[in-house]
Unconditional design. Structure first.
Length: 237
């Protein structure tokens, strides 16, 4: 595999453990201990595993600065902070996933593999369809295979999880999904997060593809259920 993962972790025991776990799974990994070097090194990475409590620039600020320059780089926060407001804040700033310590190696690897696959950096599943044409919904076009989104002909930058949500929605227009179903399908059945994880990503996705996120054209709220994507008749209006 050509993917190179950047691990930002100030605890040497955890940092060495991450490099060992990833190396055994076939992922070359670099380990650094501070936010300043993370901001210098992330452009060479295919994915970032980021601690929040760092000695200089904290992980939230590192995430914020990365997202200003790259909305699509897969980024996982791996931290001891397990409070709901910390999780929400991390997701709002652009993290694709949030894993709390102590963590299971198998779960971390599964999340990494899923994020890389959704960005097209890992081999697709054997039964994945090939050469699918872009899906067009009004002014929105989604090329699932190329991981590209355009709105009125202009490219739209999405995080890996935002793209995964949108790809699911446009593949099944008109179908309603509960928040639990979306967690299962996009984050995976092993994800132990909360429904607000979905809400946060939906809000960010709407902010990227809707002209007026308060009155969405594409992603509709189904009260008491979850969300659904507009069908062909709605997007043609």
């Amino acid at each position: 595999m050509a993917e190179r993962i950047l691990c930002v972790e100030d605890d040497p025991d955890i940092g060495k453990l991450l490099v060992a776990i990833l190396g055994e799974a076939g992922y070359p990994a670099d380990w650094i201990t501070d936010g300043e070097r993370a901001l210098a090194r992330w452009p060479q990475a295919s994915l970032v595993v980021l601690d929040l409590m760092l000695p200089d620039i904290d992980g939230l600020e590192v995430c914020r600065q990365i997202r200003r320059r790259d909305a699509a780089l897969p980024l996982i926060m791996l931290t001891a902070r397990a409070a709901t407001h910390d999780i929400v804040r991390g997701l709002e700033l652009g993290a694709d996933d949030y894993i709390t310590k102590p963590f299971e190696a198998d779960i971390l690897l599964a999340r990494i593999q899923a994020l890389l696959r959704r960005r097209g950096l890992a081999p697709p599943a054997p039964d994945s369809p090939a050469d699918r044409p872009p899906i067009t919904c009004g002014e929105l076009a989604v090329d699932i295979d190329q991981h590209r989104v355009t709105l009125s002909g202009q490219p739209v930058a999405l995080t890996a999880k935002e793209f995964a949500l949108l790809a699911l929605f446009v593949s099944h227009p008109g179908r309603g999904y509960s928040r639990g179903e979306l967690l299962d399908r996009v984050w995976g059945p092993e994800f132990d997060g909360y429904d607000h994880t979905v809400n946060t990503h939906i809000n960010r996705l709407r902010g990227n593809i809707e002209t007026d996120p308060a009155h969405p054209t594409y992603i509709h709220t189904v009260w008491g259920v979850g969300y659904r994507f507009a069908d062909a008749a709605e997007t043609a209006q």
